[in-house]
Design a protein. Structure first.
Length: 419
C-alpha cells in the first residue's frame, strides 16, 4: 500500500475530488530521525506527551530536535489522560511563541494536539507510540467536553511519524486495540451502506473498498502482532493510517465509525459518569463488533413489524436519566435536533426490506468475527465479565442516543424497541 500516493488525492467516480492535507507519512524503522529535517523554519517547538509516551519516544524526539528551542508539557502517566477542558488548558498555557506542536503518543494525545492546534492555528505533527487506533490521519478530535464525548472537526497533522521500532514495543493491549479498531470496520461499513439505503446518505465505493481491503490486510497480521513482529506492526499501522485518510476523504468518520463505535462510546461515557471500568477504545470496539453482528442476525431472523416502536417522551427521558445521569439532557437535545425520536422510517423499511436484509447479511457473522478476534487472543468472556448482559443490553438500546448518526442501532430500535 503506497500511502504517499493516496495522499496526493483521488479524482473519484463518486463525484468528489478526495483530498487530504497531510504532507508526510513515515511508517518505518528509525522514522523519528526524519524529524530533524522536517519544518526547519519552525525553531520554537512544543512537545506534548505523557510520562509513558515520553519514555517510549521522548529522547529520540529530543535528539532529532537538538538544534531547536523545545518546551515540554508532560502529563502524568499514572491516570488515563482525559481530553477535556483541563487538559486543553495545560497545553494552551505553553503556546506562547510556539511555531510547531509535536505530539508524542496515540489516541488521546493525538486528539488533544489536534484540537489545540486547530483552535490556536499552530501546526502540529504526531510521533506515534502505538498502533492503537485509526485517528492519526483523521480530522476529527474525540474530546470530552462538558462531560460529553464529542467528535470535534479539527485539523490534520502535517506529518505522521510512526517508528516501527517504537510501535512494536507498545503495550500489547494497545496493539490489540488497533487490531480491534480495524475489525470494527465491518460493522461501520455495513452501517454506511444501510444509511445510504434508508436515508440516501452520501456513499463512495472507492472509500468503502479501500477500507474493506485494510480489514483483510490486518487479519493476516494477528499472529505476528502477538509476537511483536515488526512487519506485522507496520502493516497494522498502515491500515490504521489509510483508514484515517479515508475518513478525511469522506469528510466524516462514516467509513470507520458506526454502531460498534457508539457501543464503545456508551461503555466509556457511562464508565466515566458512574466511575466504572471500561476497556481501551479499540478493545471495546472489537467486542462491540460482535454485538452489532448479533443485532444484525436477530433482525434477519425476525419479521418487520407493522408499527414503529416509541415510548412516551416522559418514559424515555426517565430511562435516559437513569443511564446517562448528567449527560442525558445533552443526548436528548441532540436527538430532538436531528429528529430521530419523531422520525417514522417504517414506510422506507417496508419498501426496502429486501435491500436492507441483503446489506445486513453481507458482513461476517458474529461467530466469524469472534474467530477473527481470537486470532489476536481476544476472549469474549472478558467482555461479558466486565460489563454483564444487562449493561450490554442497555448499550444496544441507548448507545444510539449519543450520536447523530444513523446505524443498525436505530433500525433495531425502530423495529423492536428498547429495554
Ligand atoms: Zn469517492
Ligand atoms: Zn476507533
Amino acid at each position: 500500500m503506497d500511502i504517499n500516493k493516496i495522499l496526493q488525492g483521488v479524482e473519484c467516480s463518486c463525484g468528489k475530488n478526495h483530498q487530504c492535507d497531510i504532507e508526510y507519512v513515515f511508517i518505518e524503522n528509525g522514522a523519528i530521525k526524519r524529524l530533524s529535517k522536517l519544518y526547519p523554519d519552525c525553531k520554537n517547538v512544543l512537545i506534548a506527551a505523557d510520562e509513558n509516551t515520553f519514555a517510549a519516544a521522548g529522547e529520540a524526539v529530543l535528539s532529532a530536535l537538538y538544534n531547536r528551542n523545545v518546551k515540554q508539557v508532560i502529563f502524568s502517566g499514572k491516570n488515563v489522560l482525559i481530553p477535556d477542558e483541563r487538559a486543553i488548558d495545560e497545553v494552551n498555557k505553553q503556546l506562547d511563541g510556539v511555531e510547531l506542536i509535536v505530539g508524542i503518543g496515540s489516541g488521546v494525545m493525538q486528539d488533544l494536539c489536534k484540537y489545540v492546534s486547530f483552535f490556536s492555528g499552530i501546526p502540529y505533527l504526531i510521533v506515534a507510540t502505538a498502533p492503537s487506533m485509526d485517528g492519526y490521519a483523521s480530522d476529527g478530535a474525540a474530546m470530552i467536553l462538558k462531560g460529553m464525548k464529542e467528535t470535534v472537526k479539527a485539523g490534520l497533522p502535517r506529518a505522521i511519524i510512526a517508528d516501527t521500532d517504537v510501535l512494536k514495543n507498545a503495550p500489547l493491549e494497545m496493539i490489540k486495540a488497533g487490531y480491534g479498531d480495524i475489525i470494527g470496520k465491518y460493522s461501520a461499513l455495513c452501517d454506511w451502506k444501510l444509511s445510504r439505503a434508508v436515508n440516501g446518505e452520501y456513499f463512495c465505493q472507492y472509500i468503502y473498498d479501500t477500507t474493506y481491503k485494510m480489514i483483510e490486510n490486518t487479519l493476516n497480521t494477528a499472529k505476528g502482532l502477538l509476537e511483536r513482529d515488526e512487519e506485522s506492526v507496520k502493516a497494522l499501522m498502515e491500515a490504521l493510517t489509510v483508514v484515517g485518510i479515508m475518513m478525511s476523504f469522506a469528510g466524516s468518520s462514516r467509513p470507520a465509525s458506526g454502531s460498534e463505535h457508539h457501543l464503545s462510546h456508551f461503555f466509556e461515557i457511562v464508565g466515566i459518569v458512574n466511575n466504572e471500568n471500561y476497556f481501551p477504545h479499540g478493545i471495546d470496539v472489537a467486542y462491540s463488533t460482535v454485538v452489532t453482528a448479533q443485532i444484525r442476525e436477530n433482525i434477519l431472523k425476525a419479521d418487520f413489524p407493522d408499527k414503529i416502536f416509541r415510548l412516551s417522551d416522559e418514559e424515555y427521558a426517565e430511562k435516559m436519566k437513569g443511564i446517562y445521569k448528567s449527560v442525558a439532557e445533552g443526548c436528548i437535545a441532540l436527538q430532538k435536533k436531528v429528529g430521530n425520536y419523531t422520525a417514522n422510517r417504517l414506510e422506507i423499511y417496508k419498501e426496502k426490506e429486501k435491500e436492507i436484509r441483503e446489506i445486513l447479511s453481507e458482513m461476517p457473522s458474529s461467530n466469524e468475527i469472534i474467530k477473527m478476534l481470537e486470532l489476536a487472543e481476544f476472549d469474549m468472556t472478558e467482555f461479558y465479565n466486565e460489563y454483564g448482559i444487562e449493561k450490554i443490553e442497555k448499550a444496544v438500546s441507548y448507545a444510539k442516543d449519543l450520536k447523530d448518526r444513523y446505524t443498525v442501532l436505530w433500525l433495531n430500535y425502530d423495529l423492536f424497541g428498547c429495554q
